[in-house]
Design a protein around this ligand. Structure first.
Ligand code: FMN
Length: 179
């Protein structure tokens, strides 16, 4: 059945591929065009220390200060995030691509943490020295959506590094943002 035309200016639709029933591949391609900040999520506690690179991080509200992180349930860090009930979001500075790579690959946990220097920001979840911002969070809610769990974290402490350029992920590669 032919779909009705979208109400868009002709000049816009001429060059555009419009996918009305997107599959996961099309969705990933579209999301590859969305620039994101790059973060390393860490956790520590009874279940031990773990960490991973993540771009699926968003502010939820400043009252109370709350953010969310979307974590695939098969990642090595997932069980520790659930059991520890707390995490730290470290927003990477422009020169921290090596840290992003260490936490984004299939690297052993201890090797990942060797890529940076860490300090304790209130909860025990490692905060990264030199990160633009670090947010120590306690998990207040978690729910599953498809392959991922969304962790809501109430921010209990903030670490601010020196203001500098940021690391971004865009079109399947790392980019830097000027301050
Ligand atoms: C730039 C980048 C962004 C990523 N963002 C996410 C994310 O938001 N959520 C997620 O679950 N995994 C994300 N990943 C994948 C995890 O970092 C990855 O699964 C994990 O660190 C490596 O797998 P393992 O920990 O199971 O060995 C990202 C990886 C990269 C390189």
């Amino acid at each position: 059945m032919t779909q009705p035309a979208l109400a868009l200016p002709t000049s816009f639709v001429e060059d555009a591929d419009i996918l009305r029933a997107p599959d996961d591949k099309a969705y990933r391609e579209a999301m590859a065009r969305v620039a994101s900040a790059v973060h390393v999520i860490t956790t520590d506690g009874p279940a031990g220390r773990a960490g991973m690179t993540a771009t699926a991080v968003s502010s939820v509200t400043d009252t109370p200060p709350t953010l969310l992180v979307c974590v695939k349930r098969t990642t090595a860090a997932y069980p520790a995030l659930v059991a520890n009930g707390q995490f730290c979001v470290n927003t990477l500075a422009a020169d921290m691509e090596a840290v992003a790579a260490a936490f984004g690959g299939k690297t052993a946990m201890d090797e990942r943490f060797a890529a940076g220097d860490w300090y304790d920001l209130a909860t025990g979840s490692p905060a990264l020295v030199g990160a633009l911002s670090s947010f120590a969070c306690r998990v207040t809610a978690r729910h599953s959506v498809g392959t991922h769990d969304v962790f809501y974290g109430e921010v209990v402490a903030i670490g601010l590094g020196q203001p500098s350029g940021g690391l971004s992920y865009f079109a399947r590669g790392y980019r830097t943002l000027a301050p």
